[in-house]
Design a protein. Structure first.
Length: 57
């Protein structure tokens, strides 16, 4: 199950820099995770200052 980024994202980019798969990119209003490439490691959630990176459904 891939992680996802909620509307709480402030587009700081910290999660993108931490992703070992390089699957987090800047979107129009928030960062986005490519679910097909995400390995569910949680590195993004560990560094997100707003808690916007959460396990997907």
């Amino acid at each position: 199950m891939a992680y996802k980024i909620t509307e709480d994202c402030i587009s700081c980019g910290v999660c993108s820099a931490e992703c070992p798969q390089d699957c987090i990119t800047e979107g129009d209003n928030k960062y986005e995770i490519n679910a097909e490439e995400c390995i569910d490691c949680g590195s993004c959630a560990d560094v997100c200052p707003t808690g916007a990176c959460v396990p997907g459904e």
